[in-house]
Design a protein around this ligand. Structure first.
Ligand SMILES: O=P(O)(O)OC[C@H]1O[C@H](OP(=O)(O)OP(=O)(O)O)[C@H](O)[C@@H]1O
Ligand code: HPA
Ligand SMILES: [Mg+2]
Length: 179
């Protein structure tokens, strides 16, 4: 495992500090409002769990599962719903929680899908974003870290379903994915 990683990009300490910062902003913005946070499975599991516990605002939590990457390192652009929300979001304040915005294709699709359901508001919080990889322009209110255009793993992010449980975000050595 050790040799599969090239370098640590965002440490556990950096992640914790950033999520505390984002949680304080979200607490302020949603003060007195009823907030539903929606985690995008599976990548956002760690961010959801840690962000939710850093918030003081009471929230409800729901999950959607979509997949556009399959087993590779490139977005197919074709988004499939593997699990829909359990909640009716009409009239609700909804915050989508993501681990990463890479091409932006997943989120752009999700935003149009969820906004058609008539939420009172719809915003996005992501731990990571790759500005150089953006294929669509998306307005994201809460961003943790802008990172270089490299394939990363850990803290929810996988390569072929592996490495999600690493407590930090790191780059994968090219030999692992045949680079
Ligand atoms: O901006 P994009 O290029 O669309 O990429 C970002 C999306 O890709 C990953 O999910 P993936 O489809 O790999 O599913 P997973 O969360 O189960 O790993 C990630 O969790 C985001 O949801
Ligand atoms: O860099 C990445 N790593 C893992 N999963 C991903 N999904 C989109 N981008 C990435
Ligand atoms: Mg993935």
């Amino acid at each position: 495992m050790g040799t599969d990683l090239e370098q640590v990009l965002v440490s556990k300490e950096d992640i914790d500090a950033k999520l505390a910062e984002l949680a304080a902003l979200i607490d302020k913005d949603y003060d007195g409002k009823d907030l539903l946070i929606v985690g995008v499975l599976k990548g956002a599991v760690m961010v959801m769990a840690d962000l939710a516990r850093a918030l003081s605002t009471p929230v409800t939590m729901d999950w959607m599962a979509v997949s556009s990457y399959g087993a590779g390192t490139k977005s197919s652009g074709v988004v499939r719903i593997l699990k829909d929300l359990d909640t009716d979001i009409q009239g609700r304040h909804v915050l989508i929680v993501e681990d990463i915005i890479d091409s932006g294709l997943t989120l752009s699709w999700l935003l149009s899908n969820l906004s058609s359901r008539g939420p009172a508001s719809l915003q996005v919080c992501t731990l990571l974003r790759k500005p150089e990889a953006a294929k669509v322009d998306i307005d994201v209110k809460y961003v943790g870290f802008d990172i270089p255009n490299e394939f990363v793993v850990g803290y929810g992010l996988d390569y072929a379903e592996k490495y999600r449980n690493l407590p930090f975000v790191g780059t994968l050595a090219p030999h692992v994915y045949g680079g």
